[in-house]
Design a protein around this ligand. Structure first.
Ligand SMILES: Cc1ncc(COP(=O)(O)O)c(C=O)c1O
Length: 625
């Protein structure tokens, strides 16, 4: 067995280890001296408390350590390069707006003067109502109406520094109008549309085609109009953002360099810029491949920091400009690792059979041929055997469709086919190399593990943008996985599946898994899901929010439950789609009473039916054991 079949060592960032009993252990990055805590034991404990799977577990220490590491890395880069300014991180609220997450980020980030970036009025209200540290900023992007601008300008009167980032010429009109009405001076930023394009998932909306920010000509108009209004000195921040999850460090370097050139030019126009905000983009190496590809990055955090700092320093020094406060709005890199989704496997559809079936005298000749493959199956004849098995099975199916094969014979054919596939999979595992075509064909016959989750609710990016998140069993990691599977979810949608996985050798279309043991729960964990997934999730098939807990790790190797949010009940999801659960219950009662009147069920039957309906309304939307 490969001793790291899930590539943990490559993407796990030293946060995980396999414990002696095969459980996945979570290390406390804030206290590396403490033993790792078993994730399955946390899941069991939660289950006993009634917090059942699927459950999203947020690990406070992972979140804290990412905030610290980001700030420390920039601090080191600044120290090493002799950069004259400081660094300040701004967390973009949109990446995970859940109150418990935001509050922990704000609280833990206070010592770093961490601020918040908002992209809408609701997000602004969140930011304004948080207890941010005195030195921190709120950076306002997105569309801004009068109320938005008024709140942002007047926030200064209560000691909150709220930078209104101008995204368009139209927005300047709103800001000038509201500022004049209030008789106050705003704290302004301007968002530059960089021409540098990014690769990765959002390549097509980067560069000139970006919907956000202003290009050089609109920028000049903004500068002139601010000058005329006597407000050019309010322009303190320059913003740019080339996209999220930038895989290639050179794109970051080029974007930083271009942004720095704009910065110099704006200062030369008379804007007293003191903040250089580079937006988000710091990627997460989801696959651990460490290369420039959509779900990976070809740089480390410290390389990112050094590159950004050095580039800004180089451009500003060449122009003789002083060094501003550097800001990044890294969201994904802060929150991704802190959430783990754990779900149980309800059952498996195995695409092979252990028992070889024996040929019977009245078997169809094609079935006889199919069974006969076992007589010549060999590691050197994989391709031939795969082709034969596919051919005979197809012919037998054709015969059934034409009425030439009985249902019993079709069933034996399917069984026979699966016994051959099992043998072929075993042989393929022992082969030095397997032909790509054979591998592809065998990959079509991997098992399906039915997971108690909704991909659309909990992992929407997996469906929408083919995002890859590492998935692995959280127990039995001391046992070699004997099967390969994809994961299907509980929605009735064929897209509700996970079929790309991180494995020892990169990305694979199937996940190494263990045989399910009857009566034993088998939990899979999906990792690095803290960014974007919770809010983007939807109610497909009315599977609602999962249970969510925030967990801390204690000195004695135990864990503590810091917060719990119960998942949606059925009554709640019904009300989201315009049903009144009470009215549903009353209508159901009427139907049941009509059945009692018609003598179809008795009073006791009525009672059972109605209490089951009522109980279901208050229950979890997922499969309950
Ligand atoms: C303006 C802005 N800042 C920050 C971010 C966060 O980016 P990331 O999650 O890649 O750090 C985004 C997301 O795209 C954004 O639009």
């Amino acid at each position: 067995m490969h001793d790291d079949p899930y590539g943990l060592g490559r993407w796990g960032d030293d946060l995980f280890e396999v414990l002696d009993n095969g459980d996945l252990g979570l290390r406390n990055p804030e206290r590396p001296d403490l033993p790792a805590v078993s994730l399955p034991s946390i899941v069991r404990d939660l289950d006993q408390r009634g917090v059942v799977a699927p459950v999203l577990i947020r690990f406070a220490p992972f979140l804290h350590s990412r905030i610290d590491t980001l700030n420390e890395s920039f601090g080191r880069a600044i120290g090493e390069t002799g950069y004259g300014g400081t660094y300040q991180s701004i967390y973009p609220v949109k990446v995970n707006q859940q109150a418990d997450v935001i509050d922990r980020i704000v609280e833990h980030g206070a010592s770093w003067n961490l601020g918040l970036e908002v992209g809408s009025k609701p997000e602004l209200l969140i930011a304004l109502s948080r207890d941010l540290s005195d030195g921190s900023l709120i950076v306002c992007n997105g569309v801004k109406d009068d109320d938005f601008v008024q709140l942002a300008i007047s926030a200064q009167n209560i000691g909150v520094s709220c930078v209104i980032v101008l995204e368009s010429l139209g927005e300047l009109d709103v800001v000038l109008r509201v500022a004049e009405r209030l008789g106050e001076r705003p704290l302004l930023g301007v968002r530059i549309k960089l021409t540098q394009k990014s690769s990765g998932s959002w390549a097509s909306s980067s560069g000139d085609r970006s919907a956000f920010g202003v290009g050089a000509s609109d920028l000049m108009v903004i500068v002139e109009r601010l000058r005329e209004a006597g407000m050019l000195d309010c322009l303190e921040l320059q913003h740019s953002h080339i996209g999220s999850q930038i895989p290639n460090v050179n794109e970051i370097r080029s974007a930083t360099s271009e942004a720095a050139r704009f910065f110099v030019a704006l200062r030369q126009q008379g804007a007293p810029l003191s903040y250089f905000d580079l937006g988000g983009g710091l990627g997460v190496d989801y696959t651990g491949e460490h290369r420039s590809a959509a779900h990976s990055t070809n740089y480390t955090l410290s390389e990112y920091c050094v590159n950004v700092v050095e580039t800004v320093e180089y451009v500003l020094d060449a122009a003789g400009e002083s060094h501003p406060t550097l800001i990044t709005e890294s969201g994904r890199a802060i929150v991704a690792s802190s959430s783990i989704l754990v779900f149980d496997v309800l059952e498996a559809t195995y695409y092979d059979r252990t028992e070889r079936i024996e040929h019977q005298p009245d078997d169809h000749p094609l079935l006889k041929n199919l069974i006969h493959i076992h007589d010549y199956i060999d590691v050197d004849r994989l391709q031939e055997c795969v082709s034969d098995a596919e051919y005979y099975r197809n012919e037998l199916r054709q015969n059934f469709r034409r009425g030439l094969l009985s249902l019993e014979q079709l069933a034996r054919s399917e069984e026979g086919f699966l016994t051959v596939i099992r043998r072929l999979k075993q042989l393929a595992r022992t082969a030095d190399s397997v032909d790509e075509g054979v591998e592809k064909l065998l990959a079509q016959h991997v098992d399906i593990y039915h997971g108690n989750l909704s991909v659309f609710q909990s992992l929407p990016d997996t469906w929408a943008i083919d995002q890859i998140h590492p998935v692995l069993p959280i127990q039995r990691l001391d046992e070699a996985p004997t099967r390969r599977a994809i994961v299907s979810d509980t929605t009735c949608d064929s897209d509700g599946k996970i079929d790309r996985f991180v494995t020892a050798h990169g990305v694979s279309e199937s996940l190494p898994v263990h045989d399910l043991v009857p009566g034993e729960r088998y939990h899979l964990g999906v990792f690095l899901v803290g960014a974007y997934q919770e809010t983007l999730g939807d109610l497909h098939n009315l599977f609602g929010d999962t249970n969510v807990v925030t967990v801390g790790l204690l000195e004695n190797g135990d864990f503590e439950l810091l917060a719990e949010t119960e998942g949606d009940t059925i009554a709640e999801v019904l009300s989201y789609v315009e049903y009144d659960p009470r009215v549903c219950l009353d209508s159901f009662k009427k139907r049941v009473d009509a059945a009692v009147d018609a003598g179809r069920i008795d009073a006791a039957g009525r009672r059972t039916l109605i209490s089951t309906f009522r109980h279901s309304l208050s229950s979890y939307t997922y499969f309950e054991h």
